[in-house]
Write a protein that binds this ligand. Structure first.
Ligand code: SAH
Ligand code: SF4
Ligand code: F3S
Length: 440
């Protein structure tokens, strides 16, 4: 038995990749450990969305490189977005690395792993994804309630700030039959929630050249599978949300009324500079259409503070958008210049770190304020939740759950367990969560 430790630094897609890597390697005798010190194979699955994430990857390698000096048989691997971005450059910076594999090469591991064990050093990075049926391999999922299914990987949008098209390549949709098979397996295994993943999940099917293969139709198919489970999908690109998708969300009782639609900026000029394919007005229309259709929907977003050249007035439009759109939650970040990207070359327009972080602070403050307001709207309402975990304090057991609209809800009910659905009447709201009482 060989021990494997994976450190995962990125988004949900990255975490899902780690579950698949652990699954593939389990066919070759590797068992995952939580204790990196006892591992025979260390893998860091990296993210390069911002400089800080990239720095974390290299500092992890540094720590492991030192360990290898006293444990020469230790194998060290790096994969994910930094690997795809930096390729063989990594071995110059960290010569002790045994394996570098890209986001397109995960399913090549069965051909690679024994060579690494025989002390070969390998850099497996291609621009074309290795094709196979992912259901031929185990997936070692970390969660017992929610299961991720990547349905489309890559991105064709080339937002000027973003490295993802360079690290994940062009959009590639998985075949609907393969996704349905994975979903059936998940339901059989007892999972209660399926989250469909894609950098632009609403582009699903565009590359498969069959107009019937769309996210909307995939949701309809998944919804018709037997079992008590619910379905989510992230991340949506604003202008790719079709009326048919909204109809499908409405028709399908298992599909959560929740949309994650990053706006990035509330100003149309900055959106243009970012190469986002919508204006502020168009984004407002999409939000209003969704809110009209689903009264208890939650809409969450991402915003970047301090994009190159952003003026104070333009930034104000972002603050106003969060408030006017009553966004339920927003991920926020200060702009970080990335290699290969267009915005990364706009050096003469870069804002100082001080301005970026001061804006980020105001963005976070606005986010907290609007989140609380949005949560308060649910006081007195009954939400359907799925219990994800339990915590015990002073003999009182609290159930930590998530409503269909993705709000975190805490409540107590001794008759319920992790993985159960429940109805909860909300009686208290805080910035990041709701509290309530179970109802029948
Ligand atoms: N595909 C999704 C987002 C993927 S990246 C979309 O189109 O919205 C996740 C988030 O990271 C982005 O929404 C963006 O807000 C943030 N991000 C991406 N590149 C960034 C950069 N260079 N600096 C700061 N934040 C960035
Ligand atoms: Fe990045 Fe834009 Fe693609 Fe999202 S849509 S992954 S932000 S390039
Ligand atoms: Fe990071 Fe790659 Fe995900 S850059 S956000 S791990 S797609």
């Amino acid at each position: 038995m060989k021990k494997l430790y994976i450190e995962t630094l990125g988004c949900q897609m990255n975490k899902s990749d780690s579950e698949r890597i652990a699954g593939i390697l389990s066919h070759f005798g590797y068992v995952e450990t939580e204790n990196e010190k006892e591992a025979d194979l260390l893998i860091v699955n990296t993210c390069s969305i911002r400089q800080l994430a990239e720095d974390k990857a290299y500092s992890k390698l540094g720590v492991w490189g030192k360990r290898k000096k006293s444990k020469p048989d230790l194998k060290i691997a790096i994969c994910g977005c930094v690997a795809q971005q930096d390729k063989e450059k990594i071995s110059k910076r960290a010569p002790y690395v045994d394996l570098i594999f890209g986001t397109h090469n995960i399913y090549e591991l069965p051909q690679i792993i024994s060579r690494i064990e025989n002390n070969e050093k390998i850099c497996a990075i291609t621009n074309k994804a290795y094709e196979c049926n992912q259901n031929d391999f185990k997936i070692i999922r970390k969660d017992s309630v929610n299961a991720w299914i990547p349905i489309i990987e890559g991105c064709n949008n080339f937002c000027t700030y973003c490295v993802v098209p360079f690290t994940r390549g062009r959009e590639r949709s998985r075949k609907p039959e393969e996704i349905l098979q994975e979903a059936e397996n998940i339901i059989k295994e007892g999972f209660k929630e399926i989250t469909l993943l894609g950098q632009n999940v609403d582009s699903y099917g565009k590359d498969l050249k069959d107009e019937n293969i769309t996210l909307a139709n995939l949701l309809r198919k998944l919804n018709s599978l037997k079992g008590d489970f619910r379905i989510r999908f992230v991340t949506s690109y604003p202008s790719d949300i079709t009326d048919d998708l909204i109809d499908a969300v409405d028709e399908c009782n298992k599909v959560c009324k929740y949309f994650h639609i990053p706006m990035q900026s509330g100003n149309s000029h900055i959106l243009k500079e970012m190469n986002r394919h919508y204006t502020k007005g168009q984004y407002y229309e999409i939000v209003s259409k969704i809110r009209k259709r689903f009264p208890d929907v939650a809409i969450t977003s991402d915003f970047i503070a301090g994009f190159p050249g952003e003026t104070e007035e333009e930034f104000q439009d972002t603050l106003n958008a969060i408030e006017e759109l009553e966004l339920d939650y927003s991920n926020t970040a200060a702009y970080s210049p990335r290699e290969f990207t267009k915005a990364g070359k706009m050096t003469d327009k870069f804002l100082s770190e001080e301005i970026k972080y001061e804006r980020l602070e105001r963005l976070n403050e606005k986010n907290r304020e609007v989140c609380l307001k949005s949560n308060e709207k649910f006081i007195g309402k009954v939400l359907k939740v799925l219990i994800e975990s339990k915590t015990e304090k002073n003999g009182i057991i609290t159930l930590n759950s998530r409503a269909d609209n993705n709000k975190i809800v805490h409540f107590s009910d001794i008759s319920k367990n992790i993985g159960d659905f429940a109805f909860v009447k909300i009686n208290k709201a805080q910035t990041w969560c709701l509290y309530g009482e179970p109802v029948e």
